[in-house]
Design a protein. Structure first.
Ligand code: KYN
Ligand code: ZN
Ligand code: ZN
Length: 210
């Protein structure tokens, strides 16, 4: 039986969110008891909370919304690369020594230890040139354990714009601490949120049969 890695953040009270964005809430609507046969609750969250997939509409006015993206991008062979040594930004020079000639999906680990308990503004970003390199090698998806490809305080969104130019998909907020670098099957389709600029995903990696 192939090992499954759950590379998703738990959606929970106090999950750190982007500064100024909607705090996560999960509250009871009905409570199971003598008067009520069920527990039912409600969720309030940003589309970019936790482990999620960006839609092109998040960064491009004409971009597809998350319910209209090509789901095939989010399911299939991928490679996990250790970029914990990259510092503030992953540059092509960090990728070239470890990147194959042909890749379909690339997940980049940048945190030595994922910051579950606090918001960290100093997350590692991805250089626009690195997106171009991944696209040249055939990548149709980039995934990161950071909350964004671009810096927290940034309006240029250069990495997102290159992703849009190449028609790639994006996963953000992955948790890769327990995953050895290597090749896996990625399973991470986004929720079908009509008109969404992003949506939560339950992201998994399955070890490949030897
Ligand atoms: N919540 C936000 C509010 C305002 C600006 C950005 C965000 C983000 O979460 C960044 C996003 N995950 C991104 O795709 O880069
Ligand atoms: Zn996002
Ligand atoms: Zn993004």
């Amino acid at each position: 039986m192939s090992r499954l890695y759950d590379i998703s953040q738990p959606l929970r009270a106090d999950i750190p969110v982007w500064p100024g964005d909607t705090p996560f809430a999960h509250e009871p609507t009905w409570v199971l008891g003598e008067q009520c046969p069920v527990n039912v609750s409600r969720l309030v969250l940003s589309t970019h909370t936790g482990t999620h997939a960006d839609a092109p509409s998040h960064y491009a006015v004409e971009g597809r919304t998350i319910d209209a993206v090509d789901l095939a991008c989010y399911i299939g062979l991928c490679v996990v690369l250790d970029m914990t040594h990259a510092g503030p930004r992953v540059e092509p020079g960090h990728l070239l020594p470890v990147l194959s000639e042909s890749v379909e999906r690339v997940l980049l680990r940048t945190w030595s230890r994922f910051p579950h308990e606090e918001w960290r503004s100093d997350f590692t970003t991805i250089a626009a040139e690195s997106i171009d390199l991944l696209a040249e090698r055939g990548a149709r998806l980039i995934g990161v354990d950071a909350p964004s490809l671009d810096p927290e305080v940034d309006s240029a969104l250069l990495a997102h714009r290159r992703v849009h130019h190449h028609g790639m998909a994006i996963l953000e907020g992955l948790v890769l601490d327990a995953v050895p670098p290597g090749h896996y099957e990625l399973i991470a389709p986004p929720l079908k949120l009509a008109g969404g600029d992003a949506a939560p995903v339950r992201a998994l990696l399955r070890e490949l049969e030897q």
